[in-house]
Design a binder for this molecule. Structure first.
Ligand SMILES: [Zn+2]
Length: 240
């Protein structure tokens, strides 16, 4: 077998394989969506907090409505007592005193209810402001997520197009290499970080950089056999 010629075909295959590996790894990362995990989590957190704030605001609004209704009925009661007081029908000082006491009590309750309604209005306003702010933040995050997902999809489509050209090209190159050389290349590649062949440059292994013994270099020049780097195990390709 012309070892030199067969081994000389490996760098092209190696270049193809590196590119295919790189694209497949990038595609896996994009499909897994790891780069968007932080943003996705942030949006989910905001959504959960928004939900709690909306529930809290609904309770505030509901209580405010109830307090306001209670205030209105208290106002009606006060009016009824006041009308009775000035109607001239109650004459006994004790009854008049009792009426005035009840009116004072009614006033106190109205005041307390008014304070509660005002406090609830302030709370409602604060909550409404925070909800609006968080809705804007959520809208921004969702827009960014959707844009970045779109970019990822576009990049995956690009990668698929590149792979659909590279894979048949790689297959064509591999078919042109003698079986034993290709099998050895595949075997080494699978256990050596995806690199099965190393072009020799300046008397050193192109993969690990170790200086090769003169004997290896001369055997390589003669193309006597399939030679591998003693240090990293890659198939050595004569680089001239
Ligand atoms: Zn090496």
């Amino acid at each position: 077998m012309d070892w030199k010629a067969e081994v000389g075909k490996l760098p092209d295959i190696q270049a193809c394989d590196r590119e295919i590996d790189r694209l497949r790894a990038e595609r896996r990362d994009l499909a897994a969506g790891g780069a968007l995990a932080e943003l996705t989590k942030r949006a989910a957190d905001i959504e959960a907090r928004l939900l709690r704030l909306r529930v809290e605001r609904e309770a505030v609004v509901r209580q405010q409505r109830l307090d306001d209704l209670a205030r209105q009925s208290e106002e009606a009661e006060k009016k009824r007592l006041t009308d009775t007081l000035y109607s001239g029908t109650v004459r006994s000082p004790r009854d008049l005193e009792g009426l005035q006491k009840n009116i004072a009590g009614s006033d106190e309750r109205i005041g307390a209810l008014e304070t509660r309604v005002l406090e609830a209005m302030e709370r409602d306003e604060a909550l409404t402001g925070r909800i609006a702010e968080m809705e804007r933040a959520l809208a921004r995050d969702k827009a960014e997520l959707s844009e970045r997902r779109g970019q990822a999809r576009a990049r995956i489509a690009e990668i698929d197009a590149a792979l659909s050209g590279l894979e048949p090209r790689r297959q064509g190159l591999a078919e042109a290499v003698a079986g034993p050389v290709l099998r050895e290349y595949e075997r080494i590649r699978s256990r050596a970080a995806g690199i099965g062949a190393a072009v020799v440059a300046g008397g050193s292994c192109g993969a690990c950089g170790v200086a090769l013994p003169p004997l290896v270099l001369s055997r390589l020049a003669r193309g006597e056999a399939l030679l591998t780097c003693e240090h990293c195990g890659r198939i050595l390709v004569g680089g001239g």
